[in-house]
Design a protein around this ligand. Structure first.
Ligand code: NAD
Length: 350
């Protein structure tokens, strides 16, 4: 297998293969681009079926982080790491220590954060062996201190982003009376639904678990629908906050909404689905632009002097970023995702 010729390799600056016989560590650290600063990105632990699958995943994800951080105007590059293994059975202190030492050897060009299969506690443990980890500081919030969890900032950024999309597509500032469907009531989706309700929106929600649905019905008066019903609702906005690839050949024909704007990563199954949304008159808020609240939160934590007002105002700049993308997409008659990529490239290649 040739790594350099993989389409996902796409100008990566550095890819490090790390192993440790004693702990069984097999990991890959990818730094896509560090023009704007150190490459910050999550460390994913997953039982990949093959090494090729792991390489493709880390390359694709690290490239995505370059675009996300550049678009959010952060002094960060893009990187990611993967540990090959099952987080439930293979994650041992020895393995995390060996991985942390591998991160330390990259000497600050890559900063690890939590991702699928790793958590705040793992990052805190790793911080004994490397200073290059993020998402570990207990930060002050309105309700007291909270952990390094970036989800509240992601939810707030998504809320602000929905307001931008509503302004662009429906020409109004208020969400009052709008009908909004939220898919996935996890850390981000539930908080987002609560904020939308407070802003006067009417909510339809779905999840694969009963508990958050019962809570949403009780606490925010949301109407609960089955997971496969969420796509065909006659509402104004669809906010995907569960998993990726939910905008695809099967779901696009069902959509009656005017806006797709939510926190989930990799919402378009393929780039061509962005064009399909545009042709249907549906405004799409590119996922990595609207869900950047989390990376902005982690960045502010890294500055060492956590300033909640500055963080809030930076997260609110997602509104302006989206308005810039929407205006250019309208003028150039191009899908919003393509325009977002072009703007991000202008920023990190400058
Ligand atoms: P989470 O795991 O806490 O929540 C996801 C929710 O979606 C869960 O309640 C789950 O039951 C539900 N779900 C899964 N499959 C579903 C289906 N088929 N139909 C309906 N519901 C389903 O995750 P999260 O942290 O809230 O993140 C949500 C999305 O936002 C993910 O795509 C994540 O990658 C993305 N994201 C999160 C952050 C963050 O700060 N947490 C930042 C950027 C992007």
């Amino acid at each position: 297998m040739s790594v350099f010729n993989l389409s996902d390799f796409a100008d990566h600056e550095q890819v490090v293969f790390c192993s440790d016989e004693k702990s069984g560590l097999k990991a890959i650290i990818a730094v896509h681009n560090s023009n704007l600063g150190p490459a910050l990105g999550g460390c994913r632990m997953w039982p990949y079926a093959s090494e090729e699958e792991a390489i493709r995943d880390v390359l694709r994800l690290s490239r995505g982080m370059t675009y996300k951080s550049a678009m959010a105007n952060l002094k960060l590059g893009g990187g990611k790491s993967v540990i090959i293994g099952n987080p439930r059975t293979d994650k041992t202190p020895e393995l995390l220590k060996a991985f942390a030492q591998a991160v330390e050897r990259v000497n600050g060009r890559y900063i690890a954060a939590e991702d699928s299969g790793t958590g705040v506690d793992d990052m805190k443990f790793m911080s004994q062996f490397t200073q290059h980890v993020a998402g570990i500081v207990d930060k002050p919030s309105e309700n007291g201190t909270r952990s390094g969890d970036p989800s509240p900032a992601t939810a707030y950024g998504t809320f602000v982003g929905i307001k931008a999309a509503v302004k662009e597509r429906l020409g109004r500032d208020s969400l009052a009376g709008l009908k909004i469907a939220v898919q996935g009531l996890g850390n981000v989706g539930f908080d987002l639904a609560r904020q939308l309700k407070e802003a006067g929106a009417q909510l339809w929600v779905t999840d694969i678990h009963r508990e958050p649905l019962l809570r949403a019905a009780k606490e925010i008066g949301a109407t609960v629908v089955a997971p496969d019903e969420i796509f065909g609702l006659d509402v104004d906005v669809f906010a995907p906050c569960a998993m990726g690839a939910i905008i695809n050949d099967q779901t696009i024909p069902q959509l009656k909404v005017k806006i797709v704007a939510g926190a989930a990563n990799n919402q378009l199954a393929e780039p061509r689905h962005g064009l399909a949304l545009m042709n249907k008159g549906i405004l799409y808020a590119p996922d990595y632009v609207i869900n950047a609240g989390g990376i902005i939160d982690v960045y502010y934590e890294r500055t060492g002097n956590f300033d909640r007002a500055a963080l809030k105002s930076h997260v609110e700049s997602i509104y302006d970023n989206l308005m810039e993308i929407f205006a250019r997409a309208r003028k150039e008659e191009r899908p919003t995702g393509e325009v977002a990529d072009a703007i991000a490239e202008e920023r990190f290649k400058r």
